[in-house]
Design a protein around this ligand. Structure first.
Ligand SMILES: *Cc1c(COP(=O)(O)O)cnc(C)c1O
Length: 431
């Protein structure tokens, strides 16, 4: 029987994370995805050059700044796992986020966003994009959907959130927010980095565009910086809010394009901004994705144990993890995350900043690192290391205080993680 698993979307998630988007028969039957380490590709003859340059040959590639067959497997695999129509890979999560936003907003436009996000994403919206005339409008309390609605104007081009907020792991009512955005004719963009498509698929709850830092759980081993954007398909870009999309489709003559957002993103962010991922890096992320579901199950179960341990510990005053029954997001977690939650959480140490520093300098299995979503466990001091671009007030809005520690729980033996936290918390308590 011929091998068809590569384009069968009815297969299970774990089967697709191993097979989707890659057909060995088209690659000398190499069972693993080859790394196409080449800047450019031959046209062969002039007729084919014409077909490739006029996009008449599906999937044909000419130059790796725009497309590479290794990246195409990653893009197709992510679209399959996320349940979208198309994906694009970027040189970093920030390149993916910036590309997605610049594809939606032009000078004079606004993006309405949650305050509980990756620090650089907030800074991008509030301090960097304003230089281009694009304003990020940040809501005060993301639990109150009316606050999102109050900031939407005729120049708002998207609502932007994270599926699990950073660093306090807050959960927004996606379905409510998606209906609100759609009622205003704008897409919901979700940074799904902390959840990954295994634990949560935003498109099933109304999101239109997903962005990922693939550096984190997708790659999973902390080897490679990468980003991905995935489009759900079906959003009405001709509702009058997105003249740039209408113009692009008119000019490209592709009014029936099933993934117009991705086509324009490809044209702008890859062709002109040059933000494509290197093929070597795409291969590394594909390697990581092969074990995504297995790792996420372990991250989730280890994190649940760590959260329960911390919340019972006398040296800890507060733990933010929606898997705990007294967490304000526990109900939303049960509704949207039936397979468990991320390995990310944050907690507050008794004794303020000094105790937090003693804790950070005492850990032995955990490491002090800004990175997250690695198979290995990390802790970090967000007020300085990850959210330094924000004022103290903005930090407090994101749930970051001088005694806050963010934890990325890895896949080690959980007993070793608990013992390490216990001895470090002991040192934190002893001034
Ligand atoms: C790390 C991260 C980013 C940025 O991704 P890079 O790959 O570091 O550019 C964006 N969003 C979230 C939630 C992240 O954790």
């Amino acid at each position: 029987m011929p091998y068809t698993a590569y384009d069968n979307r009815s297969l299970g998630f774990t089967t697709r994370q191993l097979h989707a988007g890659y057909n060995p028969a088209e690659n000398h039957y190499a069972k693993n995805v080859p790394i196409y380490q080449t800047a450019a590709f031959e046209f062969g003859d002039f007729d084919r050059c014409l077909r490739v340059c006029s996009h008449e040959e599906p999937g044909a590639v000419s130059y790796s700044r725009c497309a590479n067959p290794t990246n195409q497997v990653l893009e197709e695999r992510m679209a399959s796992l996320d349940g979208g129509v198309a994906g694009l890979s970027f040189s970093s999560g920030m390149a993916a986020i910036t590309g997605a936003i610049l594809n939606l907003a032009q000078e004079g436009d606004q993006i309405v966003a949650a305050p509980t996000m990756y620090g650089e994403s907030v800074t991008l919206l509030t301090k960097v994009l304003p230089d281009l005339g694009i304003t990020g409008r940040i809501v005060g309390n993301p639990d109150n959907l009316d606050e999102f609605e109050a900031l939407i104007t005729p120049r708002t081009k998207a609502v932007y959130i994270e599926s699990l907020g950073n660093p306090c792991i807050n959960i927004i009512d996606f379905e409510g927010l998606a209906s609100l955005a759609h009622a205003h004719g704008i897409p919901l963009v979700v940074d799904n980095t902390f959840a990954t498509p295994y634990l949560f698929r935003p498109f099933e709850h109304g999101a239109d565009i997903d962005v990922y830092s693939a550096t984190k759980y997708l790659g999973g081993h902390g080897t490679t910086v990468a980003g991905v954007v995935v489009e759900r398909g079906g959003f009405d870009w001709s509702n009058g809010r997105f003249p740039q999309m209408e113009e692009f489709l008119r000019e490209s003559g592709r009014s029936d394009d099933p993934h117009p957002f991705t086509s324009r993103l490809y044209n702008r962010s890859l062709s002109y901004f040059g933000a494509h991922l290197a093929a070597q890096s795409a291969f590394q992320i594909l390697q990581g994705i092969e074990t995504l579901s297995l790792r996420m199950e372990r991250h989730a179960s280890n994190a649940q144990r760590v959260a329960e341990f911390l919340s019972a510990h006398p040296a800890v005053s507060h733990v933010d993890y929606p898997g705990l029954p007294d967490n304000p997001y526990h109900e939303l977690a049960q509704r949207y995350f039936p397979r468990g939650l991320t390995g990310m959480m944050s907690f507050r140490v008794r004794g303020g900043r000094e105790a937090a520093i003693r804790f950070l300098d005492a850990v032995e299995v955990f490491d002090q690192m800004v990175n997250v979503g690695d198979a290995k466990s990390y802790v970090v001091y967000p007020a300085i290391a990850t959210h330094f671009g924000l004022s103290e007030q903005e930090q407090a809005k994101a749930g970051i205080y001088p005694d806050t520690i963010r934890v990325s729980v890895g896949i080690e033996d959980v007993e070793d993680l608990l013992a390490d936290l216990d001895q470090a918390l002991g040192k934190a308590a002893r001034a």
